[in-house]
Design a protein around this ligand. Structure first.
Ligand code: SAM
Length: 246
């Protein structure tokens, strides 16, 4: 059985059409390729011409490049050197300008952005799948044993890079322990859900059903069977700085 479906076996070029924009990307084996979850984020974020946007965990650069095509002034970060190099390469390929920096979250920036998009690793990845994909790719998807650690860590400081009107777009999945994420959101942010959709869970859910069924029974995650497939939901949150009452 082919155990790894999401990652690429060899480099390829793929064209995406999102919000009426054509984006041609080089995709490589050592960088996270756009998933249905990331494309859903790209399809639903709002970018106005002239706004400053930072794409946190840029991967192939898809969200940053789309944002630049929509008129944004674009920045991107990633912890992975291969991602930063690929995002720069893909920017040139798409005739856009972006500033891409190797950094954890937004740590390399002191400025405030108009828009922050954070499609960070958010999966509960079982050890046996980690063995198939190796440490390097594991770091591009793993959100720790509960799937939520990157999002929570990021939210603890993201408000420092926000002004009163900054929109922070954050996808939250129900096949990770999402309740601690909601709790963290409520500390510093006002929020609304701007889009949601069902998606078929990635292959490691099927391979590690016992673990995921246990978490489901404990109500830590929420997945369900539909037509013989395991389904979860993705919610796209728009966060703003919490307005302080006088
Ligand atoms: C799920 S992928 C999303 C990639 C891309 N945004 C997309 O939508 O296709 C998450 C990305 O976050 C990067 N990443 C992991 N830990 C990070 C961290 N602490 N700070 C910044 N980026 C990180 C990974 O290398 C990976 O490229």
């Amino acid at each position: 059985m082919d155990k790894v479906k999401h990652f690429l076996k060899k480099t390829k070029v793929k064209t995406f059409f999102i919000k009426g924009e054509k984006i041609k990307l080089l995709l490589k084996e050592d960088v996270f390729p756009p998933s249905i979850n990331g494309i859903f984020v790209a399809e639903n974020i709002i970018i106005n011409p002239g706004e400053t946007i930072v794409d946190v965990g840029t991967g192939s650069g898809i969200i940053a490049i789309l944002s630049a095509k929509l008129g944004g002034k674009v920045f991107g970060t990633d912890i992975n050197d291969a991602s930063i190099n690929l995002a720069k390469d893909n920017s040139i390929r798409n005739n856009i300008f972006g500033v891409f920096k190797k950094s954890e979250y937004l740590n390399c920036f002191s400025q405030k952005f108009d828009v922050i998009v954070a499609n960070l690793p958010q999966d509960i990845v079982h050890d046996n799948y980690k063995e198939y994909i190796g440490d390097h790719l594991f770091q591009t998807i793993s959100g720790g044993t509960e799937g939520n650690s990157h999002i929570i860590n990021f939210l603890k400081n993201a408000h420092n890079n926000m002004h009163n009107n900054t929109r922070l777009y954050l996808p939250v999945y129900t096949d990770v322990c999402f309740k601690p994420i909601l709790k963290e959101i409520q500390k510093n942010y006002d929020y609304k859900i701007i889009a949601s959709k069902e998606y078929e869970t990635r292959e490691f859910v099927e391979y590690n059903k016992e673990l995921f069924l246990k978490l489901n029974a404990e109500k830590k995650i929420k997945i369900f069977l539909k037509n013989g497939k395991w389904i979860a939901k993705e919610y796209l949150f728009e966060l703003k700085l919490k307005q302080k009452n006088n």
